[in-house]
Design a protein around this ligand. Structure first.
Ligand SMILES: Nc1ncnc2c1ncn2[C@@H]1O[C@H](COP(=O)(O)OP(=O)(O)O)[C@@H](O)[C@H]1O
Ligand SMILES: [Mg+2]
Length: 222
């Protein structure tokens, strides 16, 4: 199973989500997981490096791949239960290559205008890649949401923008919580730092929603 956490906007939470999903599958599902880091800034590779110095944390493999990575991904996918790709906008080729083979594409967006402005271009890229990869299930995730009840409308409006482009939006969202930043620092995940905490429940909800998706739930391309 190949899951791409992608998108063009920096800081939306791609690396954070990719890392937490990797831990979820490795820990909660006892799966063999590989992370693929396509970001030249090596956020996920650095996180793995810190993680693998702590013997109390189950180790996760990670490799860096750039550019035309389609065939590499296909062959790696045969050796792992889950391949989780962290790919930002800097490597547009890798983003397209990953979309052309991934089972799931998740694109985190903050409920902010600058993030939402990337939706039309993402939709365009997704529809092109869906032609060669019709099984792909693509979803937006509204991430780093403000917790104040008075801001709930912003979250709904962001979901509505995504839906207006015909792309699935996950019901699950993530809220702005310091534990995401704190866990990263230690090579850990929110699931490990506070397994019963709200952030851990957010990550579990996202993973479960993805795994429950049926082909029809996804994007309806015309
Ligand atoms: N739900 C969240 N709440 C609070 N901070 C978050 C959340 N998700 C991500 N972050 C923080 O936002 C910053 C950018 O996240 P990151 O995953 O590196 O973004 P990207 O990979 O999309 O550029 C990091 O410091 C990360 O800890
Ligand atoms: Mg990143």
């Amino acid at each position: 199973m190949m899951i791409l956490v992608g998108g063009e906007k920096g800081g939306s939470g791609k690396s954070c989500l990719a890392q937490n999903l990797a831990v979820y599958f490795a820990r909660n599902k006892k799966a063999i997981v590989l992370m693929v880091d396509c970001d030249p800034q090596r956020t996920t590779s650095d996180w793995i490096q810190v993680r693998n110095t702590d013997p109390s944390l189950p180790s996760i493999n990670c490799i860096q791949l750039y550019g035309k990575i389609r065939n590499d991904l296909l062959s790696l996918n045969q050796h792992y239960d889950y391949v989780i790709i962290d790919c930002g906008g800097q490597d547009n080729l890798a983003l397209r290559a990953s979309m052309s083979v991934a089972d799931h594409v998740v694109i985190p967006l903050r409920p902010k205008r600058r993030d939402l402005k990337t939706v039309p271009h993402m939709e365009d890229m997704l529809s092109t890649c869906k032609m060669v990869n019709p099984k792909m299930l693509a979803s937006f995730l509204i991430a780093q949401c403000p917790a104040l009840p008075s801001q709930a409308k912003r979250i709904e409006e962001a979901k509505e923008v995504c839906r207006s482009y015909g792309i699935n939006v996950l019901n699950a969202v993530t809220y702005n919580r310091n534990i995401y930043d704190d866990s990263e620092e230690q090579g850990s995940s929110v699931i490990e730092l506070d397994p019963e905490g709200k952030a851990a429940l957010e990550m579990i909800a996202i993973a479960e929603e993805l795994m429950a998706m049926k082909p029809d739930d996804s994007h309806e391309f015309n």
